[in-house]
Structures are given as C-alpha cells and as structure tokens.
Design a protein around this ligand. Structure first.
Ligand code: NAD
Length: 311
C-alpha cells in the first residue's frame, strides 16, 4: 500500500515507519519537525515532506498523491500545553486534522487511522477498570477534548463521504526516541535521569497506576488496523495491566542494573490515580496482542537512552 504517515518523524511514527517498510509498504512522512526529528528516520527509504498540517496547502498536496491509507499521528500531544494554549491545541488537533481529512477524501484514500488517547475517558472510577471502549467520553483537558472532536470528525466523514476509518486510543506509550514531554513521558524522563546518575522524583505516593505500552506494539496495532475488516469504530491499544510507578521504578532499576531510590513530592493537580485500558476488542477484531514485556521494553529504552547520551 501507498501510505502517508503524518507525524512520522515523531516518537511513535518512527516505530511505525520501520514496521510498515518491513511489511513492504511505500511510506511518505509529512512532518514539520516541531517535536519530531529527521534523525529519527534518517537513511530510511521514504518520502519526507516537511510541512505543517495547519497550512491549508497540505490538503491539495495530500489529495494529489492519492494515498491508499493515511495514518494521522501529527498532533499537539501535551495535556498541560492544551490548558495553557487552547488555541494552539485546536489549530493542531482540529484544523490540522481537517486539512489532512480533506486531502484524504479528495485523493480517494480508502482508510484513515487516527491516533487518539486514553485521555478521552477522563478520570474513570475504579470499578470501570480496565476501561472499555463503551465507557462515556469525559475528557478533563482540551487535549482530550480535541481528540474526542477528532474521533467525531472521522465518524462524520464516514457517514457523509464514505471515508473508512479506525480510531485507536493509545494508553501510555514508551520506547526508544520518546521526547520528555507529551503523554507517557515519565519513562523517558526517568530513564534519562538514571542514565545521567541524577535522582528521580515521583509526584504522589507512587501507588498511582498507568498502563504502559511499548511503541513497537502500538506500531503493530496500527498495522493491524490498516488491514482489519472491522473498521469504522474505536479500539483501545493498551496492555490491560495497571502498573504502579513504584513498580515501574523497580523494573527500570533492573534494566539499568542499579537499585533506584526515588524521592517523593506532592501529587500534581489534575493527575488521575489509576488507569488501564481493556484490549479485548483489539484482540478480538484486529487480531492484535501486545508482545513486548515491560522488562524487555524498558531494557531497549534504557539501552537507547544510554547510547544517545554517550553521543
Ligand atoms: P511526538 O511529538 O513524538 O510526535 C508528533 C509528531 O507530529 C512530531 O514528529 C511532530 O514534529 C509532528 N507534528 C506536530 N505538529 C505538527 C504540524 N503542525 N504539522 C506537521 N507535523 C507536526 O508524539 P508521539 O508520542 O509520537 O504521538 C503521536 C500521536 O499519538 C499523537 O497524535 C498523540 O496525541 C498520540 N498519543 C501518544 C501517546 C503517548 O503516550 N506517546 C498516548 C496517546 C496518544
């Protein structure tokens, strides 16, 4: 297939580009390199369009290339930035999406995959964990809200124009080439500090849980969504496992070969306490299962962080 990946020079995109190339697809990346980097995809046999999805001109460029599929990853990904600057968040995550969707529609693209997030659910009560896709959407930030809007745009593009889609709600993603900001960045931040020999601080008592999923598993979930016959709905991509930050630090210590003793500070306002996504629907309909264990994922992440720190 001829596939466009917006945001392909970013963290998750850089894993996806590699997997789709391995699977024999022709890949073009559209990225403005604002949080991504050319180095993430250097030397790979792809087309790179350095462009901003907020610019209306990207629509005509995408349409003219007639992609079979578009994977839309480019976004403003930070909860706190969305609260500080809702205008920027909406331009990136709503206007940017519309420019890409228009290009897909006009170019006869068959399917769009949209990167959504667990943040669309907001704070879910413990009895509803792990969260299923039927859970009411109740975002607590503009970031979560513009992702909900994105999901609804896709549903309406299907209804009005017949454009196929799959929405994928990612849990907290980690792995090589992750930035320090955005979602799931805690592993990247901790790994870099541990590699430098600096201390790490947990906000709260460390009992708070997250569902950490390796970026290579997210890439394979996207590849499954490109093929599935069960399109035009949302799927969670997560491990269905709650991992406390205290446990995370313990396993990271094993990967780094040192016992870590984190400091503890007051919990951050607005942080939810527990989080995990059910992956039953993705396993059933997409034929997807996460394969990389936390130990292996952290080993790879830490090795990458050490290697890049040494450069
Ligand atoms: P990232 O910041 O590494 O990747 C985003 C990419 O989009 C970057 O390469 C950036 O340069 C590019 N980009 C941003 N604005 C752009 C613009 N205006 N025009 C063109 N390119 C632009 O983040 P990521 O973690 O790889 O996230 C990818 C997607 O997955 C995002 O949509 C994010 O909301 C979603 N997501 C990520 C996580 C996570 O834990 N990392 C969790 C849930 C959802």
């Amino acid at each position: 297939m001829k596939i466009l990946i917006t945001g392909g020079a970013g963290f998750i995109g850089s894993h996806l580009v590699r997997l789709l190339l391995e699977q024999g697809h022709a890949v073009t990346v559209l990225d403005d390199l604002s949080t991504g980097a050319k180095a993430h995809i250097e030397g790979l046999p792809i087309g790179l369009w350095q462009a901003d999805i907020r610019e209306k001109a990207v629509t005509a460029r995408i349409a003219a290339a007639h992609f079979d599929a578009v994977v839309h990853l480019a976004a403003q990904t930070m909860v706190d930035a969305s609260l500080r600057d809702p205008h920027f968040d909406a331009e990136e995550n709503v206007i940017g999406l519309v420019n890409v969707l228009e290009g897909a529609r006009l170019g006869g693209t068959r399917r769009v995959i949209f990167a959504s997030t667990a943040a669309v659910y907001g704070d879910v009560s413990a009895r509803d964990l792990p969260v299923r896709e039927e859970q009411a959407l109740a975002p607590l930030s503009f970031y979560g809200m513009t992702k909900v809007a994105g999901e609804q745009y896709l549903a309406l593009y299907k209804k009005i124009f017949g454009l196929d889609y799959v929405v994928l709600r990612f849990a907290n993603v980690y792995g090589e080439r992750q930035g320090d900001r955005g979602e799931g960045g805690v592993i990247s931040i901790f790994a870099k500090r541990v590699a430098r020999g600096s201390s790490i601080t947990i906000f709260g008592d460390g009992g708070q849980t997250r569902d950490f999923i390796y970026a290579g598993d997210i890439a394979s979930g996207i590849a499954c969504a490109l093929r599935t016959e069960h399109a035009c709905r949302a799927y969670n991509l997560g491990t269905q496992t709650e991992l406390s930050l205290n446990e995370l630090v313990r396993v990271l210590g094993k990967a780094a070969g040192k016992a870590l003793a984190p400091a503890y500070a007051a919990p951050r306002e607005g942080d939810i306490y527990r989080s995990a996504l059910s992956n039953a629907a993705a396993r059933r309909n997409l034929g997807w299962t996460p394969k990389v264990t936390l130990e292996e994922g952290l080993r790879r992440t830490y090795a990458y962080v050490k290697e890049t720190a040494a450069q």
